[in-house]
Design a binder for this molecule. Structure first.
Ligand SMILES: Cc1cc2nc3c(=O)[nH]c(=O)nc-3n(C[C@H](O)[C@H](O)[C@H](O)COP(=O)(O)OP(=O)(O)OC[C@H]3O[C@@H](n4cnc5c(N)ncnc54)[C@H](O)[C@@H]3O)c2cc1C
Length: 385
């Protein structure tokens, strides 16, 4: 594999970083304190074509030949500035767009892709429920088929984008007894009567990224909302997670990079015992390990993106990248806090925020344990795809 990125990718990477510095950074610290999400930033990201990488031009996309590498590089750059604003890549693109492009009808694509790409329709994907996390097939939300549609009932929780969602991929059981074979996927317009969105205000981090609960009470959706076939929802969900995992891994890489940048700056500024702390061998050991962990994670993530662009089925490599990037981000953030001493414990510097935000990567899109489980299944030969 050639590790150089093309000039086009480099200019997209640079554009994303400059965009984040110009549009997110100026109000970021204030927004973090106020727990404020700015939907207009998502719209601006859409205007920049950040969610256009994978979809064909007829829907407003760019269908880039290196779509996943481009999206991954841009996600890293935005997350370097703000992990919270790394999330829309998943909510607008890697989640709903990959699903509609692979399993959706032409009508569904024409109706929803342009808005998701432009950032005018805020997207989400809703799997998790109060009693169903890692064990996706145990979900209790039901979609009962009637003559002219389906009736949704149930509760989703920890859904990114809520309470600002316009449209989302919702997973529900059409046949509970059939377990994972009884799950179906739907594209749901969140203006449909019976849907309530409520923000979760008790989060550890990601203060500028909304997360919340969705309540479905006798929500009547048309037959045309079904994605793929009835009972295909589990397959669709696993397919989607294979792309959303890559995006969360990219965010983790962005956070780790910022932790190193901040730690290096501080190590060269802070003096103790008459010299910069960066001159102490133990600080150097910390910086060296952070750097190596981050480089390894970055390469794994870029490899996974490159494989997707080549059309390679890479469930294993995506889980490896996601697991390693999540752990690396947490390691780098924790070391950065240590290097900053008491200032690392203060919200005056960004590293405490990075540590809080980085915890999310060990949980979302399948926890670190779930990634290890997938990896081990492949390595032990119990699973092939
Ligand atoms: C910030 C944030 C954003 C999120 N956004 C979304 C979203 O947009 N859409 C969505 O659907 N969900 C979202 N989630 C939910 C997330 O996907 C789930 O939290 C995650 O899948 C884990 O589920 P759980 O929290 O119920 O934990 P559980 O599944 O209850 O797990 C609890 C613990 O048990 C471990 N565990 C579980 N099963 C096994 C096993 N088989 N082997 C070993 N260990 C195991 C886990 O690793 C974990 O440590 C989000 C969560 C967060 C924190």
């Amino acid at each position: 594999m050639d590790f150089r990125i093309s000039d086009e990718l480099e200019s997209m990477r640079k554009m994303a970083y400059e965009f984040a510095v110009k549009n997110i950074k100026p109000t970021m610290e204030e927004d973090e304190k106020e727990h404020r999400f700015r939907p207009e930033i998502v719209k601006k990201m859409g205007d920049q074509g950040m969610f256009a990488c994978i979809a064909p031009e007829k829907y407003g996309g760019l269908a880039l030949p290196e779509a996943h590498l481009a999206a991954t590089l841009m996600t890293i750059e935005v997350a370097r500035i703000s992990p919270s604003y790394g999330l829309p890549f998943n909510l607008q693109m890697n989640g709903p767009q990959t699903v509609l492009l692979k399993y959706g009808t032409e009508e569904q694509r024409e109706k929803y892709l342009p808005g998701l790409i432009a950032g005018t329709l805020k997207g989400c994907f809703a799997i998790t429920e109060p009693n169903s996390g890692s064990d996706v097939a145990s979900m209790r939300t039901t979609a009962t088929e009637v003559d002219d549609g389906f009736i949704l009932n149930g509760t989703k929780t920890w859904i990114s984008g809520v309470p600002y969602v316009d449209v989302g991929i919702v997973y529900a059981m059409t046949d509970k007894a059939a377990k994972h074979k009884g799950m179906s996927a739907f594209i749901v317009d969140f203006k449909t009567p019976g849907i309530t969105q409520r923000a979760i205000e008790t989060k550890l981090g990601l203060y500028c990224a909304p997360t919340g609960e969705i309540f479905f009470e006798d929500v009547k959706i048309p037959k045309s909302a079904l994605i793929g076939q009835k009972g295909q929802g589990f397959e669709i969900c696993m397919y989607m997670l294979n792309f959303t995992r890559l995006s969360s891994a990219a965010r983790a890489v962005g956070v780790a990079q910022s932790c190193i940048e901040e730690a290096v700056k501080y190590s060269n500024e802070r003096e103790q015992f008459g010299q910069q702390i960066g001159k102490f061998q133990m600080i150097q050991e910390q910086i060296a390990r952070m750097y190596v962990e981050h480089e390894a994670a970055k390469l794994l993530v870029l490899r996974a993106a490159w494989q997707k662009d080549q059309g390679i089925n890479n469930t294993l490599e995506t889980s490896v990248a996601k697991y390693y990037a999540a752990e690396s981000a947490n390691f780098c953030a924790s070391e950065a806090v240590k290097i900053f001493g008491s200032y690392g414990f203060s919200s005056e510097y960004p590293v405490e925020r990075f540590l809080r935000d980085a915890k999310s990567y060990q949980i979302v899109e399948g926890t670190s344990n779930i990634q290890k489980m997938i990896i081990a299944q492949f390595v032990l030969g119990y699973r092939k795809v």
